[in-house]
Design a protein around this ligand. Sequence first.
Ligand SMILES: Cc1ncc(COP(=O)(O)O)c(C=O)c1O
Length: 371
Amino acid sequence: MKTQHYIPIAKPLITENEKRRVMDVLDSGQLVAGAKVEEFEQAFAGYIGAKAAVATSSGTTALQVALEALGIGRGDVVVTTPFTFVATSNAILHAGARPVFVDVDPRTYNLDAQAVEDAVKRERARAILCVHLYGLPADLEQLAEVARKFHVLLIEDCAQAHGAQYDGRKVGTFGDAAIFSFYPSKNITTGEGGMIVASDEAVERRARLLVNVGQNGTGDYVYEVIGYNYRMTDLAAALGLGQLERLDEYNAQRRVHAARLTLGLGRLPWLMTPVEPPRCLHVYNQYTVRVPEHRDRFVRHLNSNGVGSRVYYPHLVPHSPAYRQLGFGGTYPIAETLAKEVVSLPVHPALHEDDLTRITDTVVQFLRDRG
Ligand SMILES: Cc1ncc(COP(=O)(O)O)c(C=O)c1O
């Protein structure tokens, strides 16, 4: 019998050209803080339609710096989602501020704008930190309206949403600041890496100082703020430049794969496929389905048939031990249901037609065997 290869949940695609670009940096001897980082920042800003961008060592450090550069700190409340990667709200705590978690929308899994508005009013919040989960834009019109009405900042966590659009405009350009991650599971990668985009030049300048130990670009040991070393390397930036050129193509492939999966799975009675609301362009960092029961068995079935899957995320952030110790908790009925039911299936651009067939066949087979 022919053995079938394992289909991974994520697989970064690195071209020969990208390898050569990284080798060129190695050969140049200028491994950090050289021209490549600046070039990548400019190219990335140009891609999303922002004036400028600041490269960082990760999405996590980008978030921390973005909040600090916006002046968010002790005594401030930031309203955010409990259904995300922990870095989102960790950054709020690292800034000395307090996250207030509110429930999500049952169709999009992103922040419920009405719940955000209620929390902003009740808690006299300073900012909203939204996440475009799995590559689907949050309800940016409503969130921007709440931010405007109550004079609070809007920050976008676009770690999973490079190139996603709302009303034809790229995410990352709606908020006072936005961040991206280039971790290998993201739509483009630099290994580790991140990017900050800010609409205000003063915020961008402060972010640039914070990332580079508080000194401006001249490296003359004059420190304007108490900063960090959160810089991106030129090696990472060289890879990022190559990846960025392919981002639209990769996103288009993700969308084709998602459509193919939905064609095979969309009409199954037992499973819910992802939605793409009318004004949104989803870039499917993850293709996440909901299974109302037997999730563990479903995941085991996928795995034993060579189909990788992952649960993003099995627990809500405020319910994790680290947050419980700080007194967080609360109930979020929709997010809690999602945490019990979601499973992400492979959708990345490295998949082939027969992989997609195998993924849908394996899911359908589970349904057939279930009864
Ligand atoms: C929503 C979200 N925010 C922030 C991050 C942090 O990015 P990084 O892993 O690059 O630090 C991630 C990445 O996993 C993420 O998915």
